[in-house]
Design a protein around this ligand. Sequence first.
Ligand SMILES: [Zn+2]
Length: 348
Amino acid sequence: MEPEVEGVRDSLLRLTRIPRVTGIERYVVPILRELMSPFSDAFKVDAWGNSEAIINPGGKPVVMLAAHVDQIGIIVREITEDGFVKFEGVGWDAKVLYGMRVKLLTDKGEVKGVVGALPPHIFRAYKELAEKKLEIRDLAIDIGADSKEDAEKAGVKPGVYGVPDYEPEDLLGHHFSSPGLDDAAGVVTMIEALKLAWKSRDKIDAEVHFVATIQEEIGLRGAEMVAYRLKPDIAVAIDVTFAKQPMMPAEFVLRTGKGPAISKGPIYHWEVVETLERAAKEAEIPYQIEPDFRGYGTDTWAIQVARGGVRTGLISIPLRSMHSPVEVVNLKDIAWGGALLSEFIKML
Ligand SMILES: [Zn+2]
């Protein structure tokens, strides 16, 4: 089946342009509401900003799809006397931040900056610098301020969040690059599933919750809240996974553009895995298998053990350059993932 990718692209453009750092997911709720509520019986937001579209309330079994809406970002720690901004972040490699453009989201609006980089000439001249392992605490954002007062006047102060400042870009062959595709790609996969499921809702017995979870990147916190509240019978998380790219160790074999990956391993319930595979085969949707013995690191990990145990699964969109400002996915994988999930729901 050749997928329709224009809708996928539109939704991704809308989501990736809103900063969604862990901790400020509430700012993306209006967009989610616009994208999801026309295709659902209800749209709800909880106290922490987990938002969900619901189809077929009262149906059985109760199904939870979960894709995390937060993206990795940074938070300002302090301003130096000469106006440079020190910061913290979770999920970053300092090498990736080095030289990156960022925007800081202050009460007074966005302040642009660049994470400073030392000239290579200096590394050649000072061997001890060249040998030092780069850490986030070594880095600082240059916002062009001459002093701490300057920075504070612009609204930059401890506790302000920031994100990479990069526009989304189309690449060849339906590839798409942007910061925050982890997990905007999963959220859009879920939205595609919602649209398809809504069209054929007369064929669905289940009550289905399409949940955009918060705070996955700091420990699957939103998924834990929602799984407790919903006590689902079945849950499938949708996230991104490591795709093959130069420098990756040889065991990473998943490719972009070859279909979503269905995870197999201890925390993925055999019935869910079997049904996901059957759904893909019957609808002729290409897919890949991702063997995963450990399982931690996605919302599935939290949901599996909620409320005495949930039958869980995971599908993942293959992604290159994860946790960088230049993450790359293929729009076709997202469209196929949405189709796969809507077929899966119909089978329950
Ligand atoms: Zn993720």
